[in-house]
Write a protein that binds this ligand. Structure first.
Ligand code: F3S
Length: 417
């Protein structure tokens, strides 16, 4: 019998005792340890998991061997478990010149995950690719941008899982009941009065970046966001909030399902603090995210989180009949599935004819761009602008999609706000 604390059902006790095999036992040990740390009363079922440790660059040899050993021991996913992006383009790794050793290791990881039943989305937007949870559904998702979207925009319930805890939940279909699974931790805490006019997804990214810096891991409540906001803007907002801060849940008054009114978002209490995001904050955030000091641009990267078909359509419209400047690498990051649709629609051809590339299945930050010696990047992603200077040794221009594609054509940074 277990000691006092986290309550386990007979079935969970059996898994912990190894009756369902070593991988499930290991997974349950991880979840029990988490439950003990966070003083959870019991476990709950999850409907899906999303695993983040899929990129070889992020996992390294140790991570690869860990997954391979689990697979060799017979691990299988009990609930639908989707996979985050890779460190290589799943289709064009050869043309792009990724090193053979890296490619081999990445494919070993894919094979191990797939043998466990992992769903090969290779994307950070599972919520837009047929893996969306429903309102109040308990899930165990890693990938901060996706889980923030699932919690906030859909009203599903997940903690900010790491790669290992999401993997463990995928294997046993459980998670400890704590954190964002509980009503008491879903109350809005910081009221954000949005006074700036938000026109583009990168404006929403700037709002998220600014707010995340201030609120840390508290739950912001946005007031003043127009009703016209859509999934693409909220994808950008979710990613940015989780990169400058550790936000896993936000509310938008009148828009997200747990915030039809301000009172509902705050659970009838008062916000702990208030901040304002106006024209100056918007401008200053764009400036802060732009670390490049000269105008030159040799790498234009959009699609962090992965682009939707609509976003790729916009890129193709701008590029139609034009040419990417000599010496500029334009990479549009998306999922393999979206690329299939883009190709069917003729968008890939338009983009390639102009000299750009749709890369698929890889992560903008955890791909091996440093090996290509790019220097100055242009991006519309606040998350990439935050991480790429450190992870990829790049100077960054941050701006709208239109600025980025305009810069790819001009070969110099072109602001277009
Ligand atoms: Fe996706 Fe990688 Fe950006 S996982 S959100 S492309 S950092």
């Amino acid at each position: 019998m277990r000691r006092e604390g986290l309550y386990l059902t007979r079935e969970e006790e059996k898994i912990l005792a190894g009756e369902d095999g070593a991988p499930a036992q290991k997974a349950m040990e991880i979840l029990v340890a988490l439950g003990d740390i966070y003083e959870a009363e019991r476990m709950i079922d999850v409907k899906s998991a999303h695993v983040s440790s899929v990129s070889f660059k992020g996992s390294g040899m140790a991570g690869m061997r860990f997954i391979e050993n689990l697979a060799m021991d017979g691990a299988t996913f009990k609930v639908p478990t989707s996979l985050n992006p890779l460190s290589i383009d799943i289709e064009k790794w050869k043309d792009l010149g990724f090193e053979e050793q890296i490619v081999n290791n990445q494919f070993r990881m894919i094979k191990a995950y797939e043998s466990m039943g992992g769903i090969s989305l290779f994307s950070c937007t599972p919520q837009l690719l047929g893996a969306a949870p429903i309102f109040r559904e308990h899930i165990a998702w890693a990938e901060s941008s996706a889980l923030n979207y699932a919690n906030s925009v859909i009203g599903a319930r997940t903690n900010r899982e790491g790669g290992i805890s999401a993997l463990a939940s995928g294997i046993v279909g459980r998670t400890p009941l704590y954190g964002y699974h509980l009503d008491k931790n879903r109350i809005g805490q910081v009221l954000v009065n949005v006074e700036a006019e938000l026109k583009t997804p990168s404006d929403y990214a700037a709002l998220g970046y600014y707010t995340g810096q201030i609120v840390g891991e508290k739950n912001p409540v946005f007031k003043g966001i127009p009703k016209s906001v859509g999934a693409i803007e909220l994808k950008s907002l979710s990613a940015a909030l989780a990169s400058s801060g550790a936000v896993a849940l936000y509310h938008i008054v009148g828009i997200t399902p747990e915030a039809l009114t301000l009172e509902q978002a705050l659970h009838k209490s008062q916000s702990e603090e208030q901040i304002t995001f106006g024209k100056n904050e918007l401008k200053r955030t764009y400036e802060k995210l732009s670390t490049a000091t000269d105008e030159e641009v040799d790498y234009v990267a959009v699609g962090c989180p992965h682009y939707t078909v609509n976003e790729i359509q916009t890129v193709a419209q701008i590029l139609k009949g034009k040419k990417v400047h000599n010496g500029v690498n334009l990479w549009i990051y998306t999922s393999p599935q979206v690329k299939v649709i883009a190709s069917r629609m003729g968008l890939t051809e338009i983009i390639e004819r102009a000299g750009g590339k749709i890369v698929c299945g890889n992560c903008m930050v955890l791909t091996y761009t440093e090996k290509f010696n790019f220097k100055n990047m242009a991006t519309d992603s606040a998350k990439a602008a935050h991480y790429c200077p450190g992870f990829c040794k790049l100077n960054v221009h941050f701006g709208t999609l239109e600025s980025c594609i305009g810069s790819a054509i001009a070969g110099k940074w072109r602001e277009n706000k």
